[in-house]
Design a binder for this molecule. Structure first.
Ligand code: M6R
Length: 594
C-alpha cells in the first residue's frame, strides 16, 4: 500500500530514476504521486493526482522541474488513507520552512494530537494527511539536533505503522526508517536505492538489505543501519535476490494479470519443488500442535479456508481458519503449544502480520507460506515456505493463489504420511493446467464474458473444497469486473440467497467429480429452475449447464484447477467493461495498513 522509491548515487538523473521506479511500484497505490529532489541546496517537490504511468517524463508540463540534474531524489505513489485524493494530500510533504521533505507509507495513529501540538507552536499544515506531522516534528527537533538525531526523536513520538524516507535541504543524506511497513535498500555500485518492493530496482541491482522494524538507515556515500531505540549501529547482511528482471515485467502481455494467469502453467510445478525433509518437519509440527490456525486476508484468507477442507479430507485433521483481521478475537485460544500458519503473497499484509505478532507473544510457533522472501512475515516466522511464484504485480492474485493452494495440498498429504502421493497429484495437476491454458480455451471464456458482461450481479456456488474457491471466484470477479459477485456454499442457497435469483442471472457452479458432485448439481438445478443462467465449471457436461467450461479432473487438487477459468473470466470481463485489470479502483496490491 503506497509505493516508495528513492535514489542516491553518482547519476545525475535521480528524479528520472525515481519516476521509473515508481512506475514499477504503481500496483501498490495509484491515486496520486510525487517526487522530491535535492538540487542546489534546496528540496523541490513536484506532485500530481492520477496514475504515474500516465506521466511522460520526456514531455512534462511546463511547471514540472523534474528534468533538473540531481543525484538524490525520492518519490511516492499514493493509496489514500487520511485525506482525499488531492495534490495537497499527495506525498512528498514539506515541513513548514520547506527544509525537510518526507514520504510515508502506513498510518500515524496519534497524528491529531501531534498536529494540535505543532499548530500551537506555529507550524502551518497544508494537507489533511497524517504524514505531514512527521516533517514538522523533524523541523522542530532540528532546532537543537542534527538531522539523524531529529529523525530519531520525531519517530519516538509516532504511534502506528510506517515506512518513511526523509530528505533535508542542508545535507546530502537520505534517511529511512520503518515500523510495520516494508522498506528495502538496494546496493548497487557506489549507488543506493530504497524501495517498498524489490522489483522496483531489480534492473540495477540484486543485492538487497532489509530494514527491520524500529531500524533506520542513513545513506550518503555509504550506508549505515541503526537501531532506533538504542542508537546502536547494526551490521546488515547483503542478500542476493534470484528474481530475474523479466519476471517483474509484462513482456508481450497486455497486462500483468493475464501474464500471471498464464504463468500457472509453470508455477505449480515450481511451488512443489520443496525440500521434502522440511515439509515433513512442518507436517510433524502440525501433527504435534495443540491447535493449528491458518490465517490470511482476502484471497489468502480463502486459501486458508481451503486448507481446512484439505486437511480434513486428506489428513483427517482439524485445523482452524480465520481472517488476519479477525484473529485478535480468537487469541484467547492461542497457547505456546499452538501453531499459526500465515498465508500471504506479499508477506506484508498488516492484519496478518498483527496476527503473527500476537501469536508470537503467546509463545506459539509461526509458519509463513509466502511469496516474498525477506518480507516481514518471513522474518518473524519460525519456518517459512516460499511458494516461488515470482513477482506477482497485478492487484488480483492469481498465480500466488494456486501456488499457495499447492503448498497446503502438499502439507495435507505430508500430514497423512503420503507426501509422494501428494507430489504425484500436483505434478499431474501442473501438466493438466499446462494443457488447459491455450488460446482456444481463452476464446471459449471470452465468448461467455461477452454474453454476461452487462449483468449487475452474479453468483458462484461450490461445495466441500470448492466452497472456498466459490468465495475466491467472487473476489476475483468483484475486484476487476466491478460486477456485484457473491460466493455461496451450494447447500446454503435455499436458506436465503436463492431469493436473489431471477431470470438470466449468471450463476457459476464449481463441480468436481467427488462426493459433493450430486448435491452441487442439485443446487445448480434449483437455481436453474428459478431462471438462473448456469455456467458449469466441471470435468463433465450436464444438462443443467447453460454454458459449460470444461476443466480437467484434478482429484483432490480440483480446486486449484477450477479457479483458473474464473480468473480468465474476470480478466475478460474487466477488459470488456473497460476497466484496468491490473489496477482496480480503490485497491492496492499490498495492504500494509489496518
Ligand atoms: O499479500 P497478501 O497475500 O497477504 O494479500 C492479501 C490480500 O490483500 C490479497 O489476497 C487481496 O485480497 C487480493 N487483491 C485478491 O486478489
Amino acid at each position: 500500500m503506497c509505493g516508495i522509491f528513492a535514489y542516491k548515487g553518482p547519476k545525475t538523473n535521480a528524479s528520472e530514476l525515481v519516476i521509473k521506479g515508481l512506475k514499477k511500484l504503481e500496483y501498490r497505490g495509484y491515486d496520486s504521486w510525487g517526487v522530491a529532489s535535492k538540487c542546489d541546496g534546496e528540496v523541490s517537490i513536484y506532485k500530481e493526482i492520477g496514475k504515474i504511468s500516465d506521466f511522460d517524463f520526456d514531455n512534462p508540463p511546463p511547471e514540472c522541474d523534474l528534468k533538473r540534474e540531481c543525484s538524490l531524489a525520492m518519490g511516492h505513489s499514493r493509496w489514500a488513507t487520511h485525506g482525499g485524493v488531492t495534490v495537497e494530500n499527495a506525498h512528498p510533504h514539506y515541513s513548514t520552512d520547506k527544509s525537510i521533505a518526507i514520504v510515508h507509507n502506513g498510518i500515524i495513529e496519534n497524528y491529531i494530537e501531534l498536529r494540535n501540538e505543532l499548530k500551537e507552536k506555529g507550524y502551518k499544515f497544508e494537507s489533511e494527511t497524517d504524514t505531514e506531522v512527521i516533517a514538522q516534528l523533524i523541523q522542530e527537533y532540528k532546532k537543537d539536533n542534527d538531522i539523524v538525531e531529529s529523525v530519531k526523536k520525531a519517530i519516538e513520538r509516532l504511534e502506528g505503522r510506517y515506512a518513511i524516507l526523509v530528505m533535508c535541504a542542508d545535507e546530502d543524506k537520505l534517511i529511512a526508517a520503518r515500523r510495520g511497513s516494508p522498506l528495502i535498500v538496494g546496493k548497487g555500485e557506489d549507488e543506493f536505492f530504497v524501495a517498498s518492493d524489490i522489483p522496483a530496482f531489480l534492473e540495477y541491482t540484486r543485492n538487497v538489505m532489509y530494514l527491520d522494524d524500529d531500524q533506520m538507515v542513513v545513506i550518503n556515500d555509504k550506508v549505515e543501519f541503526f537501531d532506533i531505540k538504542s542508537g546502536d549501529k547494526i551490521d546488515k547482511r547483503v542478500v542476493e535476490i534470484d528474481w530475474d528482471v523479466e519476471s517483474a515485467e509484462k513482456g508481450d502481455f497486455p497486462h500483468f494479470m493475464i501474464k500471471e494467469i498464464s504463468e500457472q502453467k509453470d508455477t505449480i510445478a515450481r511451488a512443489i519443488n520443496q525440500d521434502d525433509e522440511m515439509i515433513m518437519k512442518i507436517a510433524e509440527e502440525i501433527k504435534s500442535a495443540y491447535g493449528t490456525y491458518i490465517i490470511g486476508c482476502g484471497t489468502a484468507g480463502k486459501v486458508a479456508l481451503a486448507g481446512s477442507y484439505l486437511f480434513s479430507k486428506v489428513a483427517e485433521r482439524h485445523v482452524n481458519t480465520t481472517f488476519g483481521s479477525e484473529f485478535p478475537s480468537m487469541q484467547n485460544f492461542i497457547t505456546d503449544k499452538s501453531l499459526v500458519i500465515a498465508i500471504s503473497q506479499s508477506g506484508e499484509t498488516a492484519d496478518t502480520m498483527e496476527a503473527l505478532e500476537i501469536a508470537k507473544k503467546k509463545g506459539a510457533k509461526v509458519l509463513s507460506i509466502i511469496n516474498v522472501e525477506g518480507s516481514s512475515m518471513d522474518r518473524i516466522s519460525d519456518y517459512s515456505i516460499y511458494i516461488k511464484a515470482g513477482p506477482e504485480k497485478a492487484v488480483a492474485s492469481t498465480k500466488a493463489t494456486t501456488a499457495q493452494m499447492a503448498i497446503l495440498t502438499l502439507l495435507a498429504y505430508a500430514c497423512a504420511d503420503k507426501l509422494d502421493e501428494g507430489k504425484i497429484l500436483l505434478v499431474d495437476t501442473a501438466s493438466k493446467i499446462n494443457d488447459m491454458l491455450n488460446p482456444r480455451y481463452e476464446e471459449h471464456i471470452l465468448k461467455l464474458a461477452k454474453q454476461i458482461k452487462d449483468h449487475e450481479s452474479m453468483y458462484v456456488i461450490g461445495k466441500g473444497m470448492n466452497y472456498p474457491m466459490a468465495l475466491e471466484a467472487a473476489i476475483k470477479l468483484q475486484e476487476v469486473s466491478y460486477i456485484h459477485a457473491e460466493g455461496f456454499a451450494g447447500g446454503e442457497l435455499k436458506h436465503g440467497p436463492i431469493a436473489l435469483i431471477h431470470d438470466g442471472v449468471p450463476c457459476i457452479a464449481l463441480v468436481s467429480n467427488d462426493e459433493t458432485k450430486h448435491e452441487i448439481i442439485s443446487n445448480a438445478i434449483e437455481v436453474g429452475s428459478r431462471g438462473g443462467y448456469i455456467i458449469g465449471v466441471s470435468p463433465d457436461n450436464h444438462e443443467v449447464f447453460d454454458y459449460w467450461i470444461k476443466v480437467p479432473d484434478g482429484g483432490n487438487a480440483s480446486p486449484i484447477i477450477n479457479i483458473i477459468p474464473v480468473q480468465l473470466l474476470a480478466y475478460q470481463l474487466a477488459l470488456l467493461r473497460e476497466n484496468n485489470p491490473d489496477m482496480p479502483r480503490n485497491l492496492a496490491k499490498s495492504v500494509t495498513v489496518k
